[in-house]
Design a protein around this ligand. Structure first.
Ligand SMILES: *Cc1c(COP(=O)(O)O)cnc(C)c1O
Length: 674
């Protein structure tokens, strides 16, 4: 950090005066991104702080109407976008002044707080002293903190009032860095002496850099603020090396060979499609953080839902209790899923959703008095999670060779992976269906269930099948009496272009597993949803018919609240239309790359685009994948190829232009690989 963002509890409270004072105290430059109205705050700040033109940075946009930025922009016929605001380059500290207060609209879906979150500077709040200030100040602090914005302090401007100061510090858990009386006349000379009175939690180094003092500005950390979640500032405050050192000593990372892997990147913040790291990088998350982030990181609507829920009810055991978020989510899922999938069983993650589905199918037939139905079939290459049952179902995905002795047998049937321009697609499908036909003919009466990833097999390399095949296979399994389980842990929540992949298949399974995007990527939670018929198969007068399965955090209210907020966003933000736009980019760019030597099997569906980078080692740790990943990282993209399969699966909020840039980068990378 090298500066502050100045906002106010209202307009006209003294933001510009505070900004000018900060410029004096810190030797800082001044920047007001959005200037509305006829009076220029930039020249006023210059006058009060005595700033020369070299320390004034021109606004990104000047709008003549004295209105909220979004309204002033509407009148002027322009469209503002906070993503276009860049902090000016300067070696000196920087003071950025907002327009209006934190929740003032800037553009559709963007308010001033979103700009603050994006710029990442600690925020100072200018507040008017006097009646009403406690309420206005606490509301502003709460709004900022719920958006993950760091509050550095409050300045009270007007008649000093010791009681207001005390209560704001105590209830707002914030430092009042200044009480500044109204100066009349407001001259540079009158203002100057107050610079020395600012009590900021930083010192200015000789080279102009700001250094945080140990005192972090939180006055009374032991005092709980009612209804106000405390942002965990420790993580953003601890210097990078300490976190990495603690991690190096005590953390065991997933899917990582610690002996050869570089140290992890320290993520500080996420916003939209971006992750910000402790070493100052800004990375576009092109894999949706392992396929969970569907609307974007730290989406304010989900943040608010989770925070609000946490302050009401964080957990209640689900064997004897229910609660509104779980009941509402179950209804919402029942309404969103096709054909009779109306009973929702909650668990913790994709693997447990799969375990529950397999156990459900097994016990269903036992309860029906058909214990001979206990075979399971799956499709070759399918991945279903890393717990023992899920590994059994997903054995052929190739991740588990060493664990074979632990697994139960599952029959793996061919999966006709296909791609754009595949001449053999029909042939492969009819062969796969012929094998399946034969299998079900031999084992009809013994198969409890089949499990498959519809349309796209994720972990085994974004292998895609056409809807017609998935439907024909599913119908065949159902005719043989098996329960059809769709593992939509990855494909659910818009990934393939519809809310669920089964919609495109045109087949309603008997059981569907959902996780990853379920909570908009905020919390680990999963559901296994089935039909009333399967549910009734467990009902009776004795416990041995019941489904004796459950997890401590079953239907955790925070996860349910996040999921409900995430579902609302699909409607409010036109998420599926956004994904359509991304799909069009995948199609255009992958088709253009199709004939290129070194690339094979271009394929896309919804937000997912993939291509094999050939002529190299094959397998999960293929060298080409590592080189491509490093190439992209240097250019501000986070990708994680699956062996020699390069894929992009961004959150829906990614701008199509940014997806184009990712493909440009792929083209550049291929030149270096040649
Ligand atoms: C990721 C995944 C799982 C496992 O989910 P976890 O939450 O990682 O346990 C299961 N099935 C599919 C298709 C997946 O992509």
């Amino acid at each position: 950090m090298n500066g502050y963002f100045v906002t106010g509890t209202d307009t006209g409270v003294g933001k510009t005066v505070l900004s000018a004072l900060l410029c004096r105290a810190l030797g800082a430059d001044y920047f007001k991104p959005f200037q509305t109205g006829q009076d220029s705050d930039t020249s006023e700040a210059a006058r009060l702080a005595g700033l020369g033109p070299e320390r004034l940075h021109p606004p990104a946009c000047v709008l003549p109407a004295p209105l909220a930025p979004s309204q002033a922009a509407e009148l002027a016929g322009v469209r503002l976008d906070i993503h276009q605001v860049r902090l000016p380059g300067t070696a000196r500290p920087l003071v950025v002044e907002g327009a209006g207060g934190a929740l003032v609209p800037v553009a559709p879906g963007q308010d001033m707080a979103a700009l603050m979150a994006r710029l990442g500077l600690p925020v100072l709040v200018a507040a008017r002293s006097g009646l009403g200030t406690i309420n206005h100040t606490l509301l502003t602090l709460e709004a900022l903190r719920l958006r993950g914005i760091e509050v550095a302090g409050v300045a009270l401007i007007g008649e000093p009032d010791a009681r207001n100061r005390r209560d704001i510090e105590k209830l707002g858990r914030v430092r009042v860095v200044l009480e500044l009386p109204r100066l009349d006349p407001l001259t540079p000379e009158a203002l100057a002496p107050w610079a020395a009175r600012l009590e900021l939690p930083v010192t200015v180094r000789a080279d102009g850099a700001l250094v945080r003092s140990r005192d972090d500005g939180v006055v009374d950390a032991a005092m709980p603020a009612p209804g106000l979640p405390e942002p965990d500032d420790r993580q953003t405050r601890a210097p990078g090396p300490d976190v990495l050192e603690m991690d190096r000593r005590h953390v065991w990372h997933p899917f990582t060979q610690a002996g050869t892997a570089p140290p992890p990147m320290q993520a500080l913040r996420g916003q939209g499609a971006r992750l910000f790291t402790a070493d100052g990088r800004e990375l576009l998350d092109m894999v949706s953080s392992w396929w969970v982030t569907c609307h974007g990181h730290a989406h304010p609507a989900v943040v608010r839902a989770v925070a609000g829920q946490a302050a009401r009810l964080e957990q209640a055991l689900f064997a004897d209790f229910t609660h509104e978020p779980a009941a509402r989510l179950a209804l919402a899922l029942a309404e969103a899923l096709p054909g009779g999938l109306t009973r929702v069983f909650f668990s913790d993650n994709g693997s447990t959703a799969v375990e529950a589905a397999l156990k459900m199918a097994h016990q269903y037939w036992r309860n029906e008095g058909r214990p001979e139905r206990r075979r399971f079939a799956a499709l070759q290459g399918g991945y279903h999670g890393d717990t023992v049952g899920a590994m059994s179902a997903g054995y052929s995905s190739g991740f588990y060779a060493g664990f074979e002795p632990l697994l139960f047998p599952v029959d793996h049937l061919p999966f006709p992976a296909t791609w754009a321009g595949d001449p053999d697609a029909d042939e492969k499908e009819s062969q796969a269906l012929a094998v399946a036909e034969n299998y079900f003919a031999v084992h009809a009466g013994n198969v409890a269930g089949v499990i498959l990833e519809p349309l796209v097999q994720g972990a085994s390399g974004m292998r895609m099948a056409r809807p017609g095949f998935v439907k024909a296979f599913s119908e065949m399994a159902r005719r043989a009496g098996a329960l059809v389980v769709y593992d939509e842990v990855m494909t659910g929540f818009g990934r393939t272009g519809t809310l669920f992949a089964c919609e495109q298949v045109g087949f309603a399974p008997d059981i569907v597993c959902l996780a990853k995007g379920l909570t908009a990527g905020f919390l680990p939670m999963a559901v296994t949803v089935t039909t009333e018929a399967v549910y009734q198969g467990f009902s009776g007068q004795t416990f041995d018919r019941a489904f004796a399965h459950g997890h401590s955090f079953t239907a955790n209210p925070l996860g349910c609240a996040a999921a409900l907020a995430g579902l609302d966003l699909f409607r409010e933000e036109g998420t599926l239309a956004r994904i359509k736009a991304l799909e069009a980019v995948h199609a255009q760019r992958l088709l253009a790359l199709a004939g290129r030597p070194g690339l094979a099997r271009p394929r896309w569906r919804g937000a997912i685009g993939a291509v094999d980078v050939t002529g190299s080692g094959v397998g999960y740790e293929a060298a080409v994948g590592r080189r491509v990943k490093a190439f992209f990282l240097e250019r501000g993209f986070y990708v994680r190829p699956l062996g020699d399969v390069f894929y992009l699966m961004p959150p829906a909020c990614l701008a199509p232009a940014e997806l184009h840039r990712a493909y440009d980068t792929l083209e550049d990378a291929l030149k270096t690989l040649d």
